[in-house]
Design a protein around this ligand. Structure first.
Ligand code: THU
Length: 132
């Protein structure tokens, strides 16, 4: 069911720039209009400014003018032994930029898990807490 967006994410993974961790991650946002927007992890010698693949993909999506209602699914894939569950920073970003029930599909080819950001980050700190 998610083969298309997963295949695109595995292609995006080939663009990962990960000379420090050697851990390659790809992501792909599938829009409702069937556009695919790729992201990959992009590392830096100053490790803290590394960008995760899913943030690369969701930021590219917003940069092109799309918003959460335009998004059908997000795939995140890695070449690790386990599926790449998004890190805490990415969960916070996704809870703002992705609808709570939009499918997030995680895969490492051996295993695929379908979840969403409501499940990955319960009890969220959101724009509603700040903009009162
Ligand atoms: N990474 C991602 O791109 N996404 C994740 O969900 C987990 C971690 C990247 C960041 C860094 O380049 C490498 O994986 C190792 O942490």
């Amino acid at each position: 069911m998610y083969d298309d967006v997963l295949n695109e994410a595995f292609k995006a993974m080939e663009n990962a720039y990960a000379p420090y961790s050697n851990y390659h991650v790809g992501a792909c946002v599938k829009l409702k209009n069937s556009t695919y927007i790729w992201g990959a992890n992009i590392e830096n010698a100053s490790f803290g400014v590394t960008n995760c693949a899913e943030r690369s993909a969701i930021f590219a999506t917003y940069s092109q003018g799309y918003r959460k209602d335009d998004i059908e699914a997000l795939a995140i894939v890695s070449d690790g032994d386990r599926v790449a569950a998004p890190c805490g920073a990415c969960r916070q970003v996704l809870c703002e930029l992705l609808a709570g029930d939009t499918p997030i599909v995680l895969s490492n080819k051996k295993e695929t898990v379908v979840t969403n950001i409501k499940e990955l980050l319960p009890f969220q700190f959101t724009t509603e807490d700040v903009c009162r």
